[in-house]
Design a protein around this ligand. Sequence first.
Ligand code: MEV
Length: 287
Amino acid sequence: MTGVGRGSGKLILCGEHAVVYGHPAIAFAVDRGTSVDVVARPGPTTLDADADDARLLGALHTVVPRDGWAVKVRTDLPIGRGMGSSAALAVGLVRALAAARGESPDDAAVEDAAMPLERAFHGNPSGLDVALSARGGISKYRRGPPRSLEQLPVPGWTVVVLDSGEAGNTADLVAGVAARRPGVDRALERIGALVGDAEAALGDAAALGPVLDENHALLREIGVSTPRIDELVAIAKRAGAHGAKLSGAGGGGVVLALTPSGRGATFLSHLRDLGIEAWECRPWTRT
Ligand code: MEV
């Protein structure tokens, strides 16, 4: 029995951290992800992964039996950078095992089966990453109850992702925000309200930019940015981005910059001249 599965990475456009407390967030799946191959064979389950993460094997067993499988994982997502690498792994794994067993679970069943692995990595995840990884597209998500997931029209823009080179620990960052409540509740509420503005401006990158800038200022206020992330946001803005913010849990990770249409390549070469690892990303939709 063999099976192959894939989960995509994601970027959060607006609303990270606030989404953990029931506010909405908008996120989109990206054209990078994680592929998983599984082969049934006797003996203890083995893992061949290109990412060196000590938590991986333990987390794997929330989804894969301890015996009977050889698992191979390949990804082009940066690990621990807020791009949903653990959710992409979980979704890829669930789909690969289902394929090997001859099952075809729907997206909701894939999400349910993937959540234990996401919890093993992140403690109290909102479920946003897994939802986007399983479904693709761009969505407004609310953890609930009641949980809601609304697919939005896919905008025409692409974003440039700037990598800080620093990995954040999502579980620690979410716990840090929890410890700063209720002092940060006003900022979390404002982030939730900004998601409505982001949805209204979704098709207009110039109008969306200031919403992202304010979202970043609020993420700083709740204590999840870093000096390097703030520096990358400032560089992106000076280079002409409509808006820029950290995306994901923070503590490092990546900055998402919304660039004027047709300017992505110039913007990228400027960043690379400054020695910044950066690439273009577009929302990924299932065909
Ligand atoms: C993680 O990608 C985003 C957070 O909002 C946590 C979560 O939603 O589970 C920080």
